[in-house]
Design a protein around this ligand. Structure first.
Ligand SMILES: Cc1ncc(CO)c(N)n1
Length: 230
């Protein structure tokens, strides 16, 4: 079994838990609520800014053009294409995408973005690939499974979201998986362990991100002191 196959196997229960999370169920059956859609887009806009930066940190570790192209393609994808699923959510929620930008990070988004950026700053190329991989990997899995089980057509409110992530002909992350396997072969046991840990934590944070959106997670105590009206 290759290194990437081992990671996928170890994380299988988390992929499964993500698919069964009520937020994802709500996408699949088209019942997800307006507040949840809005909270998700606010947080995901900031999350995607951070993953662009993590990809850029990946570029800073590359020693050949092919690897640079791989990260560069992901950056372009997020910047130019990944606005479509957000627009789909905004359309259903009846709000403007531009109005959901620049919000502070909720605890889970804070945790996940710091995790990616910390590894991007202090880790190796292999560790950086491992930390960003669950993002495309889990969404591809979810999209594919919704298409398989629900066979949504264009009348489905989240048709654009589902078909954006699922049903890709040649999934982008296949290149990352191949490169991760090459790097794992050259890596020390210690580095491989770190790659695995980063990957697994990102998978757990993917689950928590859906949970954050579903429960409208926010800081239990606000930064600003709230004036008490007597
Ligand atoms: C948190 C999160 N994970 C994965 C994706 C898919 O790119 C996304 N948009 N947001």
């Amino acid at each position: 079994m290759s290194f990437s196959e081992q990671l996928r196997k170890e994380a299988d229960h988390i992929f499964e838990a993500c698919y069964n999370h009520p937020f994802v169920r709500g996408i699949a059956d088209g019942t997800l609520g307006k507040e949840q859609l809005i909270h998700y887009v606010k947080q995901d806009f900031e999350y995607l800014n951070a993953i662009i930066q993590a990809y850029a940190l990946g570029i800073s570790k590359c020693t050949n053009r092919e690897d640079m192209v791989m990260f560069n393609t992901s950056i372009s994808f997020v910047l130019n294409s990944e606005v479509h699923p957000h627009n789909n959510f905004c359309h259903v929620a009846g709000v403007k995408f531009e109005d959901l930008q620049g919000f502070p990070l909720a605890p889970t988004a804070q945790h996940y973005t710091r995790h990616m950026l910390n590894v991007g700053r202090s880790g190796t190329l292999g560790e950086t690939i491992a930390v960003v991989l669950p993002c495309p990997y889990i969404y591809l899995y979810i999209g594919d499974r919704i298409i398989e089980e629900f066979q949504p057509d264009q009348s489905h409110p989240f048709y654009d979201w589902i078909t954006f992530y699922g049903g890709q002909e040649d999934p982008r992350m296949n290149l990352y998986l191949k490169r991760l396997d090459q790097l794992a072969e050259e890596a020390s046991e210690q580095e491989r362990t770190k790659m695995k840990e980063h990957f697994m934590l990102s998978c757990q944070l993917e689950y928590l991100f859906f949970d954050m959106a579903y429960t409208l997670q926010d800081w239990p105590v606000q930064k600003e002191r709230v004036a008490v009206v007597e």
